[in-house]
Design a protein around this ligand. Structure first.
Ligand code: ADP
Ligand code: MN
Ligand code: MN
Ligand code: MN
Ligand code: MN
Length: 368
């Protein structure tokens, strides 16, 4: 493992030096606001910070800002100003105090949404379906890499032992870089993210955290900020986070973003009827959903949804109680209680949660 961290310039910095400066008193009416947005890949997060001369109480008080979209694959250099519209605000676990993290969506020079702004369509769907009180919970799987792009802690010229002991594993030979996971968990709690848990995954150096239940558009806003926090925390450790859905070929599990979903009717007594009706609608729109479940129209998920490694094949729709090789799983507990939620296991780890939630609402609630 040494050698690996020595290749990380960030790891070599003495992080305790920063503490002296973070301990400086901050002028009361000066607030650092870090604006976060999705870049032109539909997967990457970008962020930059500005000073506000007031303490914002709600997101509506925050100014619109802009950035150079030609440097984020979002515009041409000759017409590069791209707008940041603040949509959600959280506490900043790095700067603390009154400092803020600000999730934004992005607009072109003419104030039309950029190509990777899928929040606009999602918000429209959420408004139409608001009476059904849709809840989402996303299980974000991810893989930690070293600076050479190898899964963190894997032997340089070989492989770890086969999968089996690593899922929810404990011990130095089972899990790597738990520090990143623990730091991220606390950072999310501090920020105000509704993080609901975390676990080590089946492939060594693969982990998961869950966000939810969140109602409506909140799911996308919170998951994107949780991803920002993960990349940002790992940066401090000199570790890289990838959301690639199949980082290692061969007998290694891929990474997904299972989307758990319910409406009020599903959560109420005999909600199983509404759950089954939803599954019936989903079964007729498989291709539409696959196209929305990764940022490349299904291309990324093709490598992951093979029918092996706890996945369903990308070509067919299937559903079942407690079935982890189906497209949709009804959790055992929900089948027993005859109410609860369903789990869509198809979304790739690098999906845009706005696109995923949007298409689920349009299929299940809006009958589009
Ligand atoms: P799994 O057994 O598939 O690993 P997890 O415990 O990792 O499940 O994740 C379950 C997710 O489902 C959590 O994010 C949780 O917030 C979410 N969830 C729980 N109840 C509901 C519900 N009624 N509607 C939507 N999501 C829910
Ligand atoms: Mn500049
Ligand atoms: Mn899980
Ligand atoms: Mn998992
Ligand atoms: Mn799951």
């Amino acid at each position: 493992m040494s050698g690996i961290l020595e290749n990380s310039p960030n790891y070599k910095l003495n992080k305790t030096v920063l503490d002296k400066f973070l301990a400086l008193p901050q002028p009361e009416n000066k607030v650092q606001a870090t604006y976060i947005w999705i870049d032109g890949t539909g997967e990457g997060v970008r962020a930059k910070t500005r000073t506000l001369d007031f303490v914002p109480k709600s997101v509506s008080e925050l100014p619109v800002w802009n950035y150079d979209g030609s440097s984020t694959y979002q515009s041409e250099g000759s017409n590069s100003d791209t707008y940041l519209y603040p949509v959600a605000m959280y506490k900043d676990p790095f700067q603390r105090g009154n400092n803020k993290l600000v999730m934004c969506d992005t607009y072109k020079y003419n104030h039309k949404p950029t190509d990777t702004n899928h929040r606009v369509a999602c918000l429209e769907a959420m408004k139409k379906a608001a009476a059904e009180k849709p809840w989402f919970g996303i299980e974000q799987e991810y893989t930690l890499l070293d600076m050479e792009g190898r899964p963190f802690g894997w032997p340089k010229n070989g492989f770890p032992g086969p999968q089996g002991p690593y899922y929810c594993g404990v011990g130095a030979n089972k899990v790597y870089a738990r520090d990143v996971v623990e730091a991220h968990y606390r950072a999310c709690l501090y920020a105000g993210i509704n993080i609901s848990g975390t676990n080590a995954e089946v492939m060594p150096s693969q982990w998961e955290f869950q966000v939810g239940p969140c109602e409506g558009i909140d799911m996308g806003d919170q998951l994107w900020v949780a991803r920002y926090l993960l990349h940002r925390v790992a940066e401090e450790f000199g570790v890289v986070v990838t959301l690639d859905p199949k980082p290692m070929e061969g007998d290694w599990n891929g990474a997904g973003a299972h989307c758990n979903f319910s409406t009020e009717a599903m959560r109420n007594d005999n909600g199983i009827i509404a759950i089954e009706a939803a599954i019936d609608k989903l079964s007729k729109q498989h291709l539409r959903h696959i196209k929305a479940y990764d940022p490349n129209g299904g291309k990324d998920n093709e490598r992951r949804l093979t029918g092996k490694h706890e996945t369903s094949t990308i070509h067919d729709f299937s559903a079942g109680v407690a079935n982890r090789t189906a497209s949709i799983r009804i959790p055992r507990g929900c089948a027993e209680e005859k109410k609860g939620y369903l789990e869509d296991r198809r979304p790739a780890s690098n999906c845009d949660p706005y696109s995923v939630c949007n298409v689920i609402i349009r299929t299940v609630c809006l009958n589009e």
